[in-house]
Design a protein around this ligand. Structure first.
Ligand code: HEC
Length: 87
């Protein structure tokens, strides 16, 4: 109960500040590492942004991330990367 309340208090402000699109990332990129979907835990803003920009340029052979990355402008991707990488 106390832990739940604390978790709510700690997570609510961060969620309220999520830039457009950032809340959808965790639907696939959960807290646990998965064979098909790489974990973003512990990744820096710059490394996440670099991956997103590469997907947007069509690099690699992504299954879904190219379409997701192309749905956002570079400033939007930067805001999303910073939010996803927050401690
Ligand atoms: C539909 C599920 C899905 C959603 C939603 C999704 N991703 Fe992904 N993500 C993947 C998969 C699968 C990969 C592996 C590359 C591929 O196949 O497209 C990936 C790869 C990545 C990588 C590269 C990780 C690495 O280790 O190289 C980054 C960074 C990333 N996603 C960020 C995001 C961000 C930020 C969002 C939210 C805007 C997001 N993803 C939303 C499924 C998803």
């Amino acid at each position: 109960m106390l832990a739940t309340t604390l978790t709510l208090l700690l997570t609510l402000p961060a969620q309220a500040a999520a830039p457009p699109g950032a809340a959808t990332c965790s639907g696939c990129h959960g807290p646990r590492a998965d064979a098909a979907i790489p974990s973003l835990a512990g990744r820096s803003t710059e490394s996440i942004l670099a991956a997103l920009l590469a997907y947007r340029r069509g690099e690699g052979s992504p299954t879904v991330m190219d379409r997701i990355a192309r749905g956002f402008s570079e400033p939007e991707l930067r805001a999303i990367a910073a939010w996803v990488a927050r401690p």
